[in-house]
Design a protein around this ligand. Structure first.
Ligand code: RIB
Ligand code: CA
Length: 313
């Protein structure tokens, strides 16, 4: 048995979250200790339900799913039904999950797991707003030094924003939470729009998922065929960017990616640029280099890896 890397997926499914979860569950290299749902693309009740439906679709009803925060730390919740549909997973009709939500709150699961697992052995993988992670850090500051690292999808710099001209959705929804996480001192790897917009689900790549001939391959193809419509119309691209699976692929094969260790600060004051990830790419300040900001990906290698892992479910 390969030495498995222990991860917790914090998520707001969400079409691309779904592919990330499937990829993680299809990877023998990773041991998913739990999935913590957060309000984001759709409200918490749906992100929690969707998380369980995806685990069952992957044949992994053994994965514990926890409900977390139902709103950002300070601001009103902003959702993205225009992208993901009313259910959050439009395009596929999942049966109501048979598995039950864990009775423990996601924040308590995060804290207890990080306290009980050996220090530096658990990687956090946030795929949505950072409300759960920041709340756990605020409630139990001792866990910060116990996190192996945080590998998250969020932010944008040269690619600019997708929800405002300057902000990416995950950061924009809860900029106060993002400020806490980016300022925590935890080793941070950021997969922003700068890289995810280079990982486009083209028709050929979509066909590769469908050609797997498996239930999960069909589900992913149907989800992404629906999800693609919004972004191909918005960007005029040949496919929609596949954001969240970049986090899991980075864990599995970081060689597929490249970036730069830089300072990233979060705008939490200006309404005009709220939620912007301000990246000191050219080191013009003496601010601390708090994040590995990923900007490049081998897109063919990325999709081959995702397809390979989906086949293992
Ligand atoms: O901006 C893209 C991010 O926002 C992705 O995580 C997507 O699932 C949405 O949460
Ligand atoms: Ca997401």
């Amino acid at each position: 048995m390969v030495d498995q890397r222990k991860i917790i997926i914090d998520t707001d499914p969400g079409h691309d979250d779904a592919v990330a979860i499937f990829t993680a569950l299809g990877s023998r290299e990773l041991r998913t200790l739990g999935i913590t749902a957060v309000a984001g693309n759709v409200p918490l009740e749906l992100t929690a339900r969707n998380s369980m439906a995806l685990c069952e679709c992957a044949g992994r009803a053994d994965i514990p799913v926890f409900a977390g925060c139902d709103r950002p730390l300070k601001r009103a919740l902003v959702t993205a039904e225009e992208v993901h549909g009313r259910t959050g997973l439009d395009g596929v009709s999942f049966p109501m999950p048979q598995m039950q939500l864990q009775p423990q709150h996601a924040i308590d699961f995060l804290i207890d797991t990080l306290r009980n697992e050996p220090e530096g052995t658990v990687t956090l993988c946030p795929l949505g707003p950072l409300t759960n992670v920041a709340t756990a850090m605020l409630r139990a500051p001792d866990i910060v030094d116990r996190i192996e690292q945080i590998v998250l999808m969020g932010g944008a710099y040269f690619e600019v924003g997708n929800v405002t001209p300057t902000a990416e959705f995950n950061i924009y929804v809860d900029p106060e939470a993002a400020k806490i996480v980016f300022g925590s001192g935890v080793q941070l790897t950021v997969l922003p729009l700068d890289v995810t917009h280079k990982a486009l689900t083209t028709p050929k790549r979509l066909d590769a998922f469908r050609d797997l001939g498996t239930k999960q391959g069909q589900v992913v193809a149907d989800l992404l065929a629906t999800y693609n419509r919004h972004d191909t119309a918005k960007y005029g691209s040949e496919g929609g960017p596949l954001h969240d699976p970049c986090v899991i692929a980075y864990l599995l094969n970081p060689e597929l990616f490249s970036g730069r260790l830089v300072n990233v600060e979060i705008e939490t004051e200006s309404e005009l640029t709220m939620g912007m990830t301000v990246v000191d790419w050219w080191k013009v300040t003496n601010r601390s280099e708090n994040a590995m900001f990923i900007s490049e990906v081998d897109a063919d290698g990325f999709f081959e890896l995702i397809t390979e892992k989906l086949a293992c479910l």
